[in-house]
Design a protein around this ligand. Structure first.
Ligand SMILES: [Zn+2]
Length: 159
C-alpha cells in the first residue's frame, strides 16, 4: 500500500506570515550588509572595514543609489544608542551562557566578556545604526529598480 504523506505534512503559512518573514529577511540583509534600508544598494558607511581606525564610524550623508538622507533629523542616531545597549547586553548574555556551559568562572566570564565586547564594538556600533534606521524605513523594491535604471541614464556633460 502506497501512501502519499507529503500533503499531510506540508505546511502552508498564511500570506501575511510569508510577507512578514520576507520583510524581516530584507531588514536583516540591510543590517548585516550595512546597506541603505530603502534600496539595499548604497553603503551606509564610507569604509566597509569596521576595524579601519581613522574612519570606522564615518557614514555617507546620503545613499549613493536612491538619495535617501540617512540622518533623517538632527540627532537621529542618538536613538541607536539604545539599540547598541541592547546588542551589548545580548552578546554579554551569550558569553554568560557559553561560560555556564563550560563551568562558570567569574574571572573567565569577566575577561571573555570584556574581550568580546571590545572586539565587537565597531560591529555593534554599525549594526545598531543600521537596525535603528530599519525601524523607520522599509525596503522599496520599485524605488531600488527605478534608481538603478536611472543610473544608466546618467551621462557625462558635453558628451
Ligand atoms: Zn538607497
Amino acid at each position: 500500500m502506497v501512501t502519499n504523506y507529503t500533503s499531510a505534512y506540508s505546511v502552508t503559512l498564511p500570506q501575511s506570515n510569508i510577507e512578514t518573514m520576507n520583510a524581516l529577511g530584507m531588514k536583516l540583509r540591510s543590517v548585516l550588509g550595512q546597506s541603505c534600508p530603502r534600496c539595499h544598494q548604497g553603503d551606509l558607511f564610507i569604509n566597509k572595514n569596521p576595524y579601519k581606525v581613522e574612519n570606522w564610524d564615518k557614514m555617507h550623508a546620503d545613499c549613493s543609489h536612491c538619495g535617501l538622507h540617512f540622518e533623517m533629523e538632527p540627532g537621529f542616531f542618538q536613538g541607536a544608542m539604545y539599540v547598541s545597549y541592547a546588542l551589548g547586553v545580548a552578546f554579554s548574555v551569550a558569553v554568560v551562557i557559553v561560560n555556564v556551559l563550560v563551568g562558570f568562572n567569574p574571572l573567565v566570564y569577566f575577561v571573555a566578556n570584556t574581550v568580546v565586547l571590545i572586539l565587537l564594538a565597531p560591529f555593534i556600533f554599525r549594526w545598531s545604526r543600521a537596525l535603528y534606521m530599519n525601524f523607520f524605513i522599509g525596503y522599496d523594491a520599485s524605488l531600488a529598480k527605478s534608481a538603478k535604471s536611472s543610473d544608466s541614464l546618467i551621462q557625462t556633460p558635453g558628451v
